[in-house]
Design a protein around this ligand. Structure first.
Ligand code: ZN
Length: 241
């Protein structure tokens, strides 16, 4: 019964995808995973630059957890081999959290293709045509993470980003306390919603790693970090030395 419900969801999501991208086909692989394959033809626009995406063959592999988790995607002709592609041929669409956040806002095949796959090929084609990336070069490591969270939280202070990440890393959500972003509102009335949304998308250990990368970067930049924004057990001591 559960299988039927799942299959119906997948077929429905696939129909919606095929209506927009008719060259896509749905099948099941030998492991029983649903796979969507075919040529992706689309046109995408960013800051008045329109780029056609064609001759791109992709494969979306849906795990048993679909639609709770997004598919993985491969480009099957080797076109993007040198560009943000993992060694197993799956595309590196962005940091795992960023891809999940985008996907969870529209957890369907269309949502995934339009939210993450098309922007990936848009960037790839844009780079080939203009010699630079359209959305700015995404920095790696702590700097990339900091920029990502600054945008997600819509705050510029690295220290305040850290204050919000601390709550996620320590699973220490207390809605009545003041929001670390400095708005003077309570967490519940301020960044509480976005924190609750993303807290389910990766583990506290993953958030700790993000916290640590940003912390390290800010320390290198000699940013003083308030006591209340420090991870209590693991970093606070180190910081006081
Ligand atoms: Zn806030």
């Amino acid at each position: 019964m559960i299988m039927d419900v799942k299959e119906n969801i997948i077929r429905k999501h696939f129909q919606d995808l095929q209506a927009k991208y008719p060259a896509m086909k749905l099948s099941q692989n030998v492991f029983g995973n649903w796979v969507v394959r075919g040529e992706l033809c689309a046109s995408a626009k960013f800051e008045n630059v329109e780029i056609k995406i064609e001759d791109v063959k992709i494969e979306l592999i849906l795990s048993a957890m679909y639609p709770e988790t997004h598919p993985v995607v491969r480009e099957t002709t080797g076109l993007t081999k040198e560009f943000h592609t993992n060694t197993d041929g799956t595309l590196c669409l962005g940091t795992p959290l960023a891809v999940r956040v985008t996907y969870m806002r529209h957890p369907t095949l269309v949502g995934f293709v339009e939210g993450s796959v098309i922007p990936f090929f848009f960037a790839f084609n844009y780079l080939a045509k203009y010699g630079e990336l359209p959305f700015g070069e995404l920095s790696h490591g702590g700097k990339g993470l900091l920029e990502y969270y600054q945008e997600l939280f819509d705050i510029s202070s690295g220290e305040q980003v850290l204050g919000l990440l601390r709550i996620l890393a320590e699973s220490d959500y207390r809605g009545h306390l003041p929001c670390p972003c400095g708005s003077h509102a309570t967490l519940r009335q301020c960044h509480g919603e976005i924190l609750r949304e993303i807290s389910t998308l990766q583990s506290t250990d993953d958030f700790f790693m993000d916290y640590y990368s940003v912390y390290k970067l800010l320390s290198e930049l000699n940013v003083t970090i308030s006591q209340e924004f420090l991870i209590k057990r693991r970093i606070a001591k180190k910081h006081q030395k």
